[in-house]
Design a protein around this ligand. Structure first.
Ligand SMILES: [Fe+2]
Length: 206
C-alpha cells in the first residue's frame, strides 16, 4: 500500500473537483475490515440522514470507511471480473438483495475504454485500487439546456473520488494497465440518471 496516493476528492454539481482532507493512513489501519462490517457501518451512517437527499451530507464519513476498506482488505483487490473482450469492461456486484438501497461493486476496465458522459442520480464514492483513469467533468446549464466541459481530473491508485448527485462525468481508462475500481452508490433513482450528448444537447436515461 506504500505506493498508493492517499488523497480524497469531491466533485460538485458545477463540475469542480475539490481536494478533501483525509485521516492519516496509519490511523485507519486495523487487523481486518470485512465487507460485512463495512456495509453495516455504511447503513448505520446513512440511518442518521433524515431523508435520502440528506445522505450525501455523510460523504466525508463514507469516504473514510471506503479508505478503511481499501487499506485493510486484501480480499477487495481479488474481487475482479475479467473485462468482456467486446466492451473492455466488467462489473462484479459484491453485495445485493431485494430492496437493498446501495450499489456495491468492483469494475475492471481495459486501457482506452471510455464511458458515455453521465450522471448517477445519487451520491457516489469511487476508489481506484489499480491503474489510472481520467474523469472529464461537465456541468449542465438550463434555459436552454446545454452541457459545458469544466475540466478533468486524473485519478491515480489509492485516490478516492466522490460525487454529489448532480455531478456529471465521463471516465477514460488511461495508462498501460487495466483499472480496478471499488464503487459505492446510493439509491439510484432511475428517472434521475442520464447519459448526455453535448452538441446538440441530448439527455437520455442511462
Ligand atoms: Fe460514473
Amino acid at each position: 500500500m506504500i505506493d498508493l496516493i492517499h488523497q480524497d476528492w469531491f466533485v460538485t454539481a458545477e463540475g469542480q473537483c475539490q481536494p478533501r482532507p483525509i485521516a492519516r493512513p496509519w490511523e485507519l489501519l486495523q487487523d481486518h475490515y470485512y465487507l460485512h462490517q463495512f456495509l453495516s457501518d455504511i447503513v448505520q451512517l446513512l440511518s442518521n440522514a433524515a431523508t435520502e437527499t440528506d445522505q450525501w451530507d455523510y460523504l466525508p464519513q463514507i469516504r473514510q470507511r471506503v479508505r478503511q476498506l481499501m487499506l485493510n482488505s486484501y480480499w477487495l483487490t481479488t474481487q475482479r471480473a475479467e473485462p468482456d473482450p467486446k466492451t473492455g469492461a466488467a462489473v462484479l456486484t459484491l453485495y445485493d438483495e431485494i430492496g437493498y438501497p446501495l450499489t456495491v461493486q468492483t469494475v475492471t476496465t481495459n486501457p482506452g475504454v471510455t464511458t458515455p458522459i453521465h450522471n448517477h442520480g445519487t451520491w457516489g464514492v469511487v476508489a481506484l485500487l489499480e491503474g489510472q483513469e481520467r474523469h472529464t467533468l461537465w456541468r449542465q446549464q438550463a434555459n436552454p439546456d446545454r452541457l459545458e466541459r469544466v475540466g478533468h481530473h486524473t485519478l491515480r491508485s489509492g485516490e478516492i473520488i466522490s460525487f454529489c448527485p448532480e455531478a456529471i462525468h465521463q471516465v477514460e481508462t488511461i495508462g498501460p494497465t487495466p483499472a480496478l475500481t471499488f464503487q459505492l452508490y446510493g439509491d439510484t433513482q432511475p428517472q434521475a440518471r442520464y447519459q448526455f450528448e453535448p452538441d446538440p444537447f441530448l439527455a437520455k436515461p442511462f
